[in-house]
Design a protein. Structure first.
Length: 437
């Protein structure tokens, strides 16, 4: 059986939402990796696949030579797997104690892509890709989605979500984090909580369209397998492997946006100059430098970007980028063992932070604060953090949110930051923050 995909350019552009609504979304196992909101215009992939064994996926070699754009026109994803890994799986592998993961969604889910559309948003070119032993692509699509379909209103949902911790409890946990930091148990701790929306199953496409309209992000995604779906508006790249180079871009530091330009610029400047946010960001940069050094060539680690403000519709974020050259023979499992869970979602030192957070949070994170994206047959991969995201399951949905705690953290400000991060995904579900948040 051949494993070489074939890419055929379409005669005309179609919108990725149409390809998902009228084709991929009608299959049990489907995906939409939505890169339309990236600064460079981005690529999106909409396709179908079959469930795969996670151990086979993570055994894939990475850092191999990839095909050049001259011989492959349909974007960086040239075949492989699309899916996610949840937090508990990575934490347990790293030696941290974990709570039994709840059964709402699998902690690891990967789909072997068999057919997909590739969309080049900058050039407005679209391709259909398939392995040459699969069926043909759909010949026609119906009319574009109507305004109501493209921007669906929330269905009738509960008035508010249910919080794992109320705001006062979360503030008290922040003080316990500060106590651990004062005692020298950790330098920084990423404390998280969960907001649950109970009820009948949600419509993943309708909720995702609302999420991307309200919170466009460079790592948007809708991945569905049966009655479970992950809907992402993540702004944070976890790991990117292109050729032999690996990059990670941790986010630490958040400010809301203002519709008034002068005030908005002041908020960005405040974020950039905040000593607490810069210290928090720098600690994670150092942690990721250390993590990547375990799988990279000596002397190849570089900080490509430090304390850069990236602005999205709802928030400004403080972002840094660390890179390195992978040693020969590295597999996905080796890279994950060195880096996952991401330091931006644990704290530092990582194992101590995860152990403390296990006690403080008191319940599993599940899919939230794991990673999602694609792993390629050609040795490349692109994985994002599972933040600003929704996990939909037969009994409703949940949204995780959190923030990095340092000695200088102010509980009221940290509570407000969690509320800011959770508000967009909850709004897409038609739910509001609980009272007090």
């Amino acid at each position: 059986m051949s494993v070489h995909p074939i890419a055929v350019e379409l005669d005309a552009w179609i919108d990725p939402s149409l390809a998902f609504a009228q084709w991929a979304g009608r299959h049990d196992h489907c995906f939409w990796l939505d890169g339309e909101a990236t600064e460079s215009g981005g690529w999106s992939w909409v396709g179908v696949g079959t469930p795969a064994d996670p151990e086979i996926v993570t055994a894939t070699p990475i850092g191999a030579r990839t095909a050049s754009p001259d011989t492959w026109p349909a974007g960086r994803f040239r075949g492989g797997w699309v899916g996610w890994l949840g937090y508990e799986m990575g934490a347990a592998a790293a030696g941290a104690p974990v709570h039994p993961d709840a059964a709402e969604a699998p902690s690891a889910l990967w789909l072997r892509a068999s057919q997909w559309y590739a969309f080049d948003h900058a050039q407005r070119r679209a391709f259909f890709v398939e392995h040459d032993d699969t069926g043909s692509r759909p010949d026609t699509f119906g009319p574009p989605l109507s305004a109501e379909e493209a921007h669906p209103r929330p269905s009738s949902r509960p008035a508010s979500a249910v919080a794992r911790h109320n705001a006062d409890e979360y503030a008290a946990l922040i003080e316990r984090c500060r106590a651990h930091i004062r005692e020298g148990d950790a330098y920084q701790l990423c404390l998280t909580t969960r907001f649950t929306v109970a009820g009948p199953p949600v419509d993943p496409l309708a909720v995702y369209l609302r999420l991307r309209a309200g919170s466009p992000a460079p790592f948007g995604a809708l991945i569905r397998s049966g009655d479970v779906a992950l809907l992402s508006a993540s702004p944070e790249r976890f790991l990117d492997v292109d050729g032999s180079r690996v990059r990670t871009s941790p986010i630490k530091g958040t400010r809301g946006r203002s519709p008034r330009p002068a005030e908005d610029a002041a908020l960005a400047a405040e974020l950039l100059g905040d000593e607490k946010e810069r210290a928090e960001n720098l600690m994670i940069v150092d942690l990721m430098r250390n993590d990547l050094s375990r799988v990279c060539e000596p002397g190849s680690i570089a900080v490509e970007e430090l304390f850069a403000v990236h602005s999205y519709r709802q928030v400004h974020q403080l972002v840094s980028t660390v890179s390195g050259t992978l040693r020969p023979g590295i597999r996905v499992s080796d890279l994950l063992a060195a880096t996952f869970p991401a330091g931006s979602m644990t704290g530092a030192p990582k194992l101590s932070a995860m152990t403390i957070l296990h006690r403080l949070e008191g319940a599993p994170r599940g899919v939230f604060s794991g990673c999602l994206g694609w792993i390629g047959d050609d040795g490349g991969l692109d994985l994002a953090m599972i933040i600003r995201s929704i996990v939909a399951h037969p009994d409703g949905a949940y949204v995780g949110a959190g923030g990095g705690i340092t000695w200088r953290s102010v509980p009221a400000a940290e509570v407000a930051e969690v509320a800011l991060k959770a508000r967009g995904p909850l709004a897409a579900l038609g739910a509001a923050l609980p009272e007090g948040w």
